[in-house]
Design a binder for this molecule. Structure first.
Ligand code: ADP
Length: 537
């Protein structure tokens, strides 16, 4: 039977309605299959979405969630199966056809032109030409009605990530959708902004609209969603009421096995500072870049320091300054194992034992069209036996890629595929693994589990904890407060280029961090030499 839980709590055959009449689904996806070569991304998936329902799609990375919603949004044509919308069979030639029916989608990565205003961006996304003044009026009305404040005349580059998301949501709502699809919408929000988004989503639900909600945050799904459909390896494995499940039981459905919580097994204790940042300032590199203002921090071997913050507050600049992509004004601003490294480039810093995992997996972290072994060479060549007398030892690079894949459970279709062919989570495991296996003295990693499923996230977090346990200084830049709370010893917040004093993780409540992330009074930082360094033992 279609609408029945397979491994979770049993579900009724129809979505509960106010009366006793069974309610017909707004959307039925029946037997949707999509194949890419040998990979079955969606395998005969059945999904019913009812009116006024917030329906989560859960699954590990590569489980088939994006493929399914892209089929529903008309971006991908399935190989088999059919879609029914309001009882009628539909064939979607493209997203425009989906939007015309009342299906809207907000993607995780926004499609906005930074130099255009809010209203201009909205106008570009509308299906029919409309006088600009009318668009502005409609925009303001929709924004006001849903409590999503936006200034139509403001240029996008001036806006926070949360405000940019608002544009996408308002643009979708201006099409008066019956079904709104959201892909990981809270990944870029502060806890307070996420709470505001939930108010809007519940409001849409109460208006009878349906929401398909992709998220990896199980607690959020339990708080918000009426139903969850769980996918695993392209197949639907369960439809359940997430509120009647535990986070552990949902994770088990997703992964097919128990997901270990990370274990703080390392012997902790204050040790020698391996990274010292002393009053690091960086000017804006372009009109859309942020600045760093006298950032100071000390990270000792054996500890993980987390940097929380809403995207766009200087995280990219901090990462670039630490990795050597941007140089500091003087060498002493950044000390790596006591060596003044502020004027060193990336390779020289790697030689000092530093390692870097950037947020952007494809392009910056890995070259998409290069094989994994070649990507292993890119950062590993400085200290490994991969290059001998100026020649690349291909056996060695392949062996390195094999080692990374085996240690970090990187799932791939063949032995040495191109980086671009891996799912996001598997590529992330590869990139983190590549740096960890070099046993760096200092590692900075940005958004280590961005868009990564629970199983892969647990693997990566455990690997970071174990690395710190072996004496490495680990700096984690992340927007995920749960992640930071789980792995960090201390947490600092970056806002508008200023870094707050780090708090012991036990003292850094979500409320305090959320306030700091929103710009509430941040104490000026003491120079680290004067700072009394506190790592809880
Ligand atoms: P999820 O959104 O759950 O992470 P996806 O739907 O993106 O999963 O991917 C499902 C599977 O299909 C993965 O194994 C992925 O590698 C594969 N896949 C997705 N898109 C393509 C594509 N354009 N070409 C080849 N394989 C793809």
């Amino acid at each position: 039977m279609a609408n029945r839980c397979i491994t979770g709590t049993p579900m009724p055959n129809t979505f509960p309605s106010a009366g006793s009449e069974p309610v017909a689904p707004l959307l039925r996806a029946a037997g949707i299959s999509k194949r890419y070569g040998n990979c079955i991304a969606n395998d005969a998936i059945h999904l019913d979405v009812y009116p006024g329902e917030i329906h989560a799609i859960l699954g590990e990375n590569g489980a088939g969630k994006s493929t399914l919603v892209k089929v529903i949004y008309g971006l991908i044509q399935p190989n088999a199966g059919e879609l029914r919308f309001m009882g009628r069979r539909i064939v979607l030639a493209g997203p425009a056809a989906a939007r015309a029916l009342g299906i809207a989608m907000v993607f995780q990565h926004f499609s906005l032109f930074e130099n255009l205003t809010v209203a201009e961006n909205v106008a570009l996304g509308l299906p029919l030409p409309e006088p600009f003044a009318a668009i502005c009026a409609r925009l303001a009305k929709t924004a006001l009605a849903y409590g999503l404040p936006l200034d139509p005349r403001r240029e996008v580059w001036r806006l926070s990530v949360g405000e940019r998301q608002r544009i996408e949501i308002v643009r979708a709502l201006m099409q008066n959708p019956k079904l709104l699809i959201l892909d990981e919408p809270t990944a870029v929000l502060t806890p307070q902004e996420a709470d505001q988004l939930f108010v809007v989503l519940n409001r849409l639900k109460n208006e009878g609209r349906s929401i398909l909600y992709i998220s990896h945050k199980l607690d959020e799904v339990q708080r918000l969603c009426d139903t969850a459909t769980v996918l695993r390896a392209g197949k639907k494995v369960a439809t359940c009421d997430p509120r009647r499940e535990t986070a552990a039981s949902l994770a088990r459905m997703m992964v097919g096995a128990d997901v270990d919580r990370v274990k703080a097994s390392r012997a902790r204790g204050a040790s020698v500072p391996r990274l010292v940042i002393d009053r690091l300032s960086l000017s804006a590199d372009g009109p859309h870049e942020g600045r760093l203002k006298e950032v100071s921090l000390k990270v000792c071997g054996g500890e993980i320091v987390g940097i929380a913050g809403v995207a766009g507050n200087g995280q990219d600049e901090l990462f670039a300054a630490l990795s050597g992509e941007r140089l500091a004004a003087n060498a002493e601003t950044i000390l790596i194992d006591g060596r003044a490294a502020g004027l060193f480039g990336v390779t020289e810093r790697r030689r000092l034992g530093a390692a870097f995992v950037p947020e952007e997996r494809l392009g910056r972290g890995a070259v998409p069209r290069m094989k994994l072994s070649e990507n292993a060479l890119l950062t590993g060549h400085v200290a490994s036996g991969m290059v001998k007398r100026g020649f690349i030892d291909k056996r060695e690079t392949l062996a390195a890629a094999d080692r990374i894949a085996a240690t970090f459970d990187v799932r791939k279709a063949k032995r040495d595929p191109e980086a671009a062919s891996l799912s996001g989570g598997n590529l992330q495991k590869f990139m983190v693994g590549r740096e960890i296996l070099r046993e760096p003295g200092f590692l900075v990693v940005s958004q280590p589990t961005w868009g990564v499923d629970a199983g892969a996230a647990a693997t990566i977090r455990q690997a970071l904890i174990d690395l710190a346990g072996r004496g490495t200084a680990v700096l984690v830049i992340s927007q995920d407060l749960d992640e930071l709370a789980e792995i960090s010893d201390r947490i600092a917040v970056i806002f508008d280029g200023n870094l707050s004093a780090p708090l012991a993780a036990s003292a850094a409540s979500r409320e305090i961090l959320g306030l700091l992330m929103g710009g509430a009074a941040i104490e000026p930082r003491a120079c680290p030499q004067e700072e009394k360094h506190a790592v809880d033992a």
